[in-house]
Design a binder for this molecule. Structure first.
Ligand code: AHR
Length: 619
């Protein structure tokens, strides 16, 4: 690092720390409605300085609240002290960006038992917080992989990866995303991975050493722009100008990633929203007890390349953003999958009643379990010039054309419940729904915990609709956990299309042909589990007793079956997405950017808890 720059960074850090400690005093509360504590992990990374600046800029808009800022200087013990000090000040809500996910988990849990907590950027373990806001790190890694394959244009190539702090979730997830994409291109090889702790100088020093032993290097993919810049300097000193360098962060300003792309130092970067602004917006929503607040929010990254900068003179948010009509009632077109399950019926009811409550006019179409019906419904919404389209895609593939038509007509599209598999993410604005992979994991965790045996366990899996995102992702989550328990084997896996009838039919056939004893059933929804229970009883089995059954949804039918002793556990998949959807539409109407993905809060309900919860369940 040049001496002059080092001096500048050090001076800026001292000024920032001084500014913060000036705010970091016991606050006066008089005349203030809310006191918010913001515990920042460090103020040495430019990305974190930007995060704090965003919080400050958003806070400046409100005169009824005060923020107390603390800087943990990357020390976990210091951050734990900061949190306790903020609590002693009597704050109403805490925003925390943890230094270390694992170490900060207990202290965040303690705060959450008293006041709302928003966790920024690095998640803590478990779900004991009000809201998580962060970048979609796996996606950033995948997008980085996509740029590498584009740059290499199908030629074989070598990649050096530069990682952030070892073991931290963004490091692991970005790396995982990158590897997932490159695994599909066997002619592209990751030759090495260097850990540089997110720091420019460390990256520069380590790349300077490493580059000597890698004679042919095509691409360096750094997990942030600071490290990408350090790598570029090392490559330049070594006379290796031909190497393409990619970073992440895309910060504005003279030393930010966007400028590095403009100057040709980086071939690409990705904006990695800090979430500072959103944290303040949602803090107010939480403090005002607004309805429809998700559990997790992932912000949209935007790819920045020289071509993007040439075309737009800057980085644009979601393309073709169109303001919704202020003052006039919003017209929403909603295309539903069908009414295949208790879950779906509750979901429809939630959408309809929330629209009425929010004063949003709703055109509702039932796709009756057919993709072509949903596509026709979306086309009719386009013809009727609705303001927003929302839909729950029955399957993942086959939506490109109709979504391009919606984009062409300037109508924003929000996906609820299920996702699509598209290369062009600019065709949709936002997704809200469940984490289906996690639901699958939860089902598997419950099963291995419940059965706890080293003996073979033969499992039947009843999958949802083929090519639907819940069916694909629940299987991924379930099998991921079972990998660690080789005695748990899935002996049959078939689709029951999320219906009770199909659950019955498919289970009946499996029982007729299967000579092995079935120890457990994993059904991708409650309805199929109920159908399968009937088939098992007809075959003389005792479901819930000699066959352990875990299903997904946590609808009333499952609770009743648990009370009857026929089902052992249901994993929640929350269908009550109506309030969240209407809030998102209204937020968009008032000029707010919507997150890329919003994930709902969900739980697990073993049979022992069924009686307690049944009366409280809304669906
Ligand atoms: O997409 C959510 C799934 O669809 C629910 O788990 C299932 O019951 C429904 O049909």
């Amino acid at each position: 690092m040049e001496r002059r720059n080092r001096l500048l960074v050090a001076t800026l850090a001292v000024i920032a720390a001084a500014l913060l400690s000036a705010c970091d005093q016991a606050p006066r509360r008089s005349g203030l409605r809310f006191l918010i504590g913001f515990s920042q992990a460090n103020l040495t990374e430019p990305w974190r300085i930007e995060m704090t600046e965003e919080v400050k800029a958003e806070a400046a808009r409100y005169s009824d609240m005060k923020i107390i800022y603390t800087d943990a200087a990357d020390s976990t013990s210091r951050q734990i002290d900061d949190v306790h000090r903020l609590m002693d000040y009597g704050i109403d809500l805490m925003i925390i960006s943890p230094t270390d996910s694992h170490e900060l988990t207990p202290v965040v849990r303690e705060v959450y038992s008293k006041i709302p907590v928003i966790v920024l950027d690095r998640a803590v373990e478990g779900y004991d917080y009000s809201l998580f806001i962060g970048p979609d790190n796996e996606r950033l890694g995948r997008e980085g992989g996509g740029v590498i394959t584009d740059l290499l244009k199908n030629r074989p190539g070598t990649v050096l990866e530069i990682q952030g702090r070892s073991g931290s979730p963004p490091t692991l997830l970005r790396s995982q995303g990158l590897r997932e994409v490159l695994a599909k291109h066997p002619n592209i090889r990751i030759v090495d991975a260097i850990v540089a702790d997110w720091l420019r100088d460390t990256a520069e020093d380590k790349v300077a050493e490493q580059i000597k032993v890698i004679p042919d290097l095509d691409v360096i993919f750094a997990q942030n722009d600071a490290m990408a810049f350090g790598a570029w300097k090392a490559a330049r000193v070594a006379g290796r100008q031909g190497i393409k360098i990619i970073g992440i962060d895309g910060l504005p300003g003279p030393t930010g990633g966007i400028e590095l792309v403009r100057k040709g130092i980086l071939s690409a970067t990705f904006t990695c929203p800090t979430g500072g602004k959103e944290a303040l917006i949602y803090a107010r929503d939480l403090l005002f007890h607004k309805e429809g607040i998700p559990k997790k929010i992932f912000l949209r990254p935007i790819k920045v390349t020289p071509e993007v900068l040439d075309q737009s003179q800057g980085v644009l948010p979601y393309p073709d953003r169109k303001a919704l009509p202020m003052g006039r009632r919003i017209l929403l077109g909603f295309a539903q999958v069908g009414s295949e399950s208790e879950w779906r019926v509750a979901n429809t009811k939630s959408i309809k009643s929330a629209a009425a409550k929010a004063g949003i006019d709703l055109l509702f179409e039932d796709g009756k379990q057919r993709q072509e019906n949903e596509i026709a419904a979306i086309r009719s919404f386009i013809r009727k010039k609705v303001d927003v389209i929302a839909f729950s895609p029955i399957v993942e593939s086959g939506w490109d054309e109709v979504l391009r038509e919606a984009k062409g007509a300037g109508i924003p599209v929000i996906m609820t419940d299920r996702t699509v598999d598209l290369k062009d993410d600019s065709l949709w604005l936002s997704f809200m729904g469940s984490d289906f992979v996690e639901e699958g994991r939860r089902a598997a965790r419950w099963l291995v915990e419940k059965i706890r045996t080293a003996a073979p366990v033969d499992i039947v899996e009843l999958q949802g609709t083929i090519d639907s995102s819940p069916a694909i992702e629940r299987t991924i989550g379930f099998t991921e956990i079972l990998k660690a328990y080789p005695n748990f084997q899935i002996i049959a896996s078939e689709s029951g299309d999320f219906t009770r009838d199909q659950g019955y039919e498919v289970m009946k056939k499996i029982l007729e042909r299967e000579s092995r004893k079935i120890d457990a059933l994993f059904a991708h929804n409650d309805d199929m589990a109920l159908g399968a229970i009937q088939a098992m009883e007809e075959a003389g089995l005792k479901p819930g007793k000699n066959v352990m059954i875990v299903s997904i949804d946590a609808a009333h039918g499952a609770f009743k079956a648990m009370i009857d002793g026929k089902l052992n556990c249901t994993v929640e998949c929350n269908p009550l997405l109506g309030p969240q959807l209407m809030k998102a539409i209204k937020d968009y109407e008032t000029g707010k950017d919507l997150p890329l993905r919003m994930i709902t809060a969900e739980g697990v309900f073993p049979a022992e808890t069924a009686r307690t919860y049944l009366a409280r369940r809304e669906y």
